[in-house]
Design a protein around this ligand. Structure first.
Ligand code: DGT
Ligand code: CA
Ligand code: CA
Ligand code: ZN
Length: 585
């Protein structure tokens, strides 16, 4: 399939609201109060709470219909949405040290106190405040005391913990790609790429790394530092620049080098460190030295390395794709020549699995989902609503399900080129039985079974529950097998080995769910599943059109688990996909 998706805007609703709030804070720092300050706060609340699409409201000129938004504020919001920046905000920001805005976000600190800290102690960063509290310099100030020093230190710790949280790949990657596009368009840029954990498609990322080559770094760094969506420039040198974005509080590091150093720098800054360590000792054995600065012989002559493939050739090993560079056996395999070279790609997918529509808890209609799938170049989409027991998610009673089949037939006639397959995501009940009778299940083309409730069984009960479900002869695909939600819910206790063995035995496929919070199976389990001969599907778990893009995260996770095209059933045509599902043992 082709990968044509509309680029997300750098400034979403929450980012626009954030700029308005910051604007209010800076005005207060400047000594203003009253109506003008409040207008920004009210505006921020309105935008943050908007249920409609902000870009649409702006383009249709309907901003001023929102209560509390007058002409002056509307003009500023239009500027933000259409250009990604706000001149008035930039000008105001330039009057104060950059760190003051950040200080005002600490618990217990507002504009008044920050103004005192700045005027009296020249404290303008979190680090300087921390030092001032530790030295007991803050307690002497008017409006502060020994107690407030202790409280501020606590607040700093809290703030750092929240900030230190890693971001989901699904949140970071679209923003990273947008910035990468800006870097590529900067003056003189020859090559540019994402690096680091984002390029390796890790589940979560600490920060985003971008590597670019250009004859001169300065203009590229300038363009980057002033890109829309940049909240703070954290540091800028001759060849690198770090910024924090408005969206999601994300840090992005850019490095710019001469083009002859691009390949080795990209390789270095892609990591992982563990993978590098292994390569360095391999290089050492061959009289070579690999570092951030390139590949050198023992006598310090520098070797010409045009691209990453050339680097691996120098080490006399197979090329290792970024997603596999984690030192989990890829180095050994690449040395032995056994690393799979045909990992699954987005282009290999012919269909998308696991989609919900307005018939259960999805946002878009059957027809809209079909058209969106077609626009992505997909040939089929499996419609899998929730089953009856999933009352919380609008689960379908059997007569409603039958009516949906009629509607699917109509949509399939109306929308050429894409076939909706009739499926269900049936709940696995506590007993391991499925939520519909066999005589219902046998009439469906695609049966996914998932656990959605009763997560708190112990490992043995949970394992038995899933094994029982796998024994159902009408089940085709096991959905999000561990139930984890990254950073918010642990996987339920499950003997994965037993589950995967049973899936292999029964010929049940297992889902690689591409929803960024799930990524379930995870890469390690994908690899084990393949080892046991289990077939997989790359799924989007879509609840709206945009979620079809989740497929790319399913593919990334599958690749991280070393999956080839032949391991993923939805690389087949619709007919062959259905035949593969039916081939139960
Ligand atoms: P993250 O940002 O925590 O999700 O993970 P990475 O892998 O993106 O790490 P990051 O951003 O600190 O550094 C990017 C890459 O740069 C990293 O994957 C490997 C390389 N690198 C950074 N620091 C070191 C180091 O001290 N030693 C080595 N060998 N490589 C490093
Ligand atoms: Ca990084
Ligand atoms: Ca970094
Ligand atoms: Zn679902």
């Amino acid at each position: 399939m082709n990968d044509s998706k509309t680029p997300p805007s750098i400034l979403d609703k929450s980012a626009v609201a954030q700029v308005l709030r910051d604007m209010g804070l800076l005005l207060q720092l400047q000594g203003e109060s009253g109506f003008r300050v409040r207008a920004y706060d009210i505006g921020a609340d309105r935008i943050a709470g908007l249920t409609q699409d902000l870009a649409a409201v702006v383009s249709e000129g309907r901003l001023q219909e929102l209560p509390g938004i007058g002409p002056a504020l509307a003009e500023k919001i239009v500027e933000l949405v259409t250009t990604g920046r706000l001149t008035a905000f930039e000008e105001l920001k330039a009057r104060f040290p950059a760190g003051l805005l950040e200080l005002m976000k600490l618990p217990d600190l507002g504009p008044k106190k920050v103004a005192v800290l700045w005027n009296e102690l020249h404290v303008s960063t979190v680090e300087e405040l921390e030092a001032a509290c530790r030295d007991g310099r803050v307690r002497a100030l008017k409006g502060f005391g020994a107690k407030s020093e202790a409280k501020l230190l606590e607040g700093i710790a809290l703030y750092r913990r929240a900030r230190g949280e890693r971001k989901l790949l699904g949140d970071a990657l679209p923003v990273a790609e947008e910035l990468l596009a800006r870097v590529k368009a900067a003056p003189g840029v020859v090559r540019a790429s994402l690096g680091g954990s984002v390029r390796r498609r890790a589940e979560t990322v600490g920060d985003v790394d971008i590597i670019a080559s250009a004859p001169e770094a300065g203009p590229v760094l300038d363009a980057f530092a002033s890109a829309p969506g940049v909240a703070t420039v954290l540091g800028k040198g001759d060849s690198k620049c770090s910024v924090r974005l408005v969206t999601g509080d994300l840090q992005v590091d850019l490095r710019v080098l001469p083009d002859e150093d691009f390949a080795t720098a990209l390789h270095h800054f892609t990591g992982s460190k563990a993978h590098h360590l292994r390569l360095r000792s391999r290089a050492h054995e061959r009289g070579l030295k690999i570092s951030e600065w390139g590949v050198h012989r023992d006598d310090d002559t520098k070797l010409k390395v045009d691209d990453e493939a050339a680097l691996y050739r120098l080490l006399d090993m197979q090329y290792v794709p970024p997603e596999l560079r984690e030192d989990t056996g890829e180095v050994e395999a690449a040395l032995a020549g056994t690393l799979p070279q045909d990992l699954v790609t987005m282009e290999d997918l012919q269909g998308a699995v696991h989609a919900h529509t307005t018939w259960s808890d999805g946002r878009d209609s059957l027809e809209d989902m079909a058209r969106a799938a077609g626009a992505l170049g997909l040939k089929y989409l499996t419609i899998t609503e929730h089953s009856e027991a999933a009352i919380y998610a609008g689960g379908l009673k059997v007569d409603v399900l039958e009516r949906q089949w009629e509607e699917i037939d109509r949509v399939n006639e109306r929308v050429p080129g894409v076939r909706l397959l009739k499926g269900i995501e049936v709940d696995i009940l506590e007993s391991g039985a499925l939520d519909y009778a066999d005589r219902v299940l046998e009439r469906l083309e695609v049966v996914i079974a998932s656990i959605h409730v009763r997560h708190s069984l112990d490992e043995e009960q949970m394992t038995q529950r899933v094994l029982t479900a796998l024994d159902n002869p009408f089940l085709h695909i096991l959905g999000h097998p561990t139930g984890r939600l990254i950073q918010s819910r642990e996987p339920y206790p499950l003997r994965m080995e037993a589950v995967l063995e049973r899936a292999a035995e029964r010929g049940v496929a297992v889902e690689v769910n591409g929803k960024p919070q799930r990524l379930d199976l995870k890469a390690e389990h994908v690899r084990r599943a393949i080892g046991l001969g289990v077939k997989l599907v790359a799924s989007c778990d879509a609840h709206r059109k945009e979620d079809l893009a989740n497929l790319s995260f399913a593919v990334a996770t599958a690749r991280r688990g070393w999956a080839r095209k032949s391991d993923i059933l939805n690389t087949l045509s619709a007919e062959r996909f259905l035949a593969a599902l039916r081939a139960r043992r």
